[in-house]
Design a protein around this ligand. Structure first.
Ligand SMILES: Nc1ncnc2c1ncn2[C@@H]1O[C@H](COP(=O)(O)OP(=O)(O)OP(=O)(O)O)[C@@H](O)[C@H]1O
Length: 332
């Protein structure tokens, strides 16, 4: 099957007073039609910047420093605003972290939906009304709420309203940036189930960013783990969960409770990610890595293929497997 989205060698920099900071560093990914791809990592690792770069929504001081975002066969990086306009909402839509920031607080839902449809060429009032009702039905919000202002809805309903808006044109790709993060655990779970159910019914692909790996464990087909601007592991979700190839993925898994799994103490990952303006010379995870050995401090790992999973860890380097020694002083 041909890919719906192909991101190749994508880099994004922020211009800061101390010079450019690379927040997304040579990232590659592919997405097939109807696929659910989870992107996980700690705060500040570049997840949102990557999504914004894919959607061509970056604004200064951020800019694409290199690479391609090919969506339905066309490189969006090379497009101008006029060329991007028909793709947005109709073929690719974005659901932001907080509906309270994304929805206009002084407009009723029906007016916000109508504005979006008019901006994309739909003029017929009856069509706008019918489609607005349809998408509210889809996300399980009573049609009467078309007359509501965002503050009259609960947090979960607001996020659902955002998703309804993203589905106005039944796009092929919905990009979601932590859409459940403002909700309590029960509302999070029910929204995730609804997103999955909508995806199954309508067939769109999803790029879903979260810092909570357990949230996507039952929903995503593949998982990309990011650390300090780079992808450090990429593979089928089950495989990454069952046998994480990168020590950082292992640490992330230990940091969140499993919904169904056995009870065990949560360990977290000691330390903090490096500053993107002062990266260590070798592996970016080396200062926090329980498995680091001498070369990790000096050699930058590539993304090695290990049984169908990409892992940016020297332990996965085929040339080294079995030869590495653990850091002096490390004993079990
Ligand atoms: N306006 C900015 N100016 C300079 N650097 C920025 C700016 N916004 C983000 N960055 C840099 O980009 C990095 C990635 O930020 P980004 O928001 O993409 O991370 P994230 O993984 O989505 O985090 P979160 O989960 O907290 O949203 C940050 O660590 C920071 O160094």
């Amino acid at each position: 099957m041909s890919n719906l989205l192909e991101v190749t060698d994508l880099s994004v920099t922020y211009d800061t007073s101390a010079g450019p900071v690379t927040a997304v560093d040579h990232v590659d990914l592919t997405l097939q039609p109807g696929e659910f791809l989870g992107i996980v990592g700690e705060s500040g690792c570049g997840k949102s910047t990557l999504l914004f770069a894919i959607a061509q929504l970056l604004t200064a001081p951020a800019g694409i420093a290199g690479g391609e975002v090919v969506f339905r066969g066309k490189n969006m990086v090379a497009m101008n605003a006029r060329e991007l306009a028909p793709i947005r909402w109709r073929e690719m839509s974005v659901v932001m972290q907080s509906a309270m920031n994304a929805l206009n607080p002084v407009k009723r839902l029906r007016d916000q939906f109508a504005d979006t449809m008019r901006a994309h060429g739909v003029r017929d009032k009856a069509e706008i009304r019918a489609r607005s009702e349809d998408v509210l039905d889809l996300v399980g919000i009573d049609r009467a709420h078309l007359a509501s202002f965002p503050h009259q809805l609960s947090g979960g309903m607001r996020q659902r309203a955002m998703i309804a808006m993203a589905l106005l044109f039944t796009p092929e790709l919905v990009i979601m940036d932590e859409p459940t993060s403002a909700l309590d655990v029960v509302a999070q779970r029910s929204l995730m189930l609804q997103i999955k159910e909508l995806q199954d019914r309508l067939g769109f692909a999803v790029l879903f960013v979260t810092h909570d790996m357990s949230l996507v464990s039952h929903f995503s087909d593949r998982l990309m783990v990011m650390y300090a601007g780079q992808e450090v592991e990429f593979g089928p979700t089950r495989q990454v969960f069952d046998t994480p190839a990168h020590p950082y993925s292992r640490g992330l898994l230990d940091a969140f409770p499993s919904i169904k799994g056995e009870r065990r103490p949560l360990e977290g990952i000691p330390g903090a990610p490096p500053s993107l303006s002062a990266l260590p010379p070798g592996c970016r995870f080396e200062p926090r890595c329980p498995l680091a050995f001498a070369d990790c401090a000096t050699t930058e790992p590539a993304l090695y293929d290990i049984a169908g999973v990409g892992s940016r860890c020297l332990l996965a380097d085929p040339a080294r497997i079995g030869t590495e020694t653990r850091r002096a002083g490390d004993h079990d």
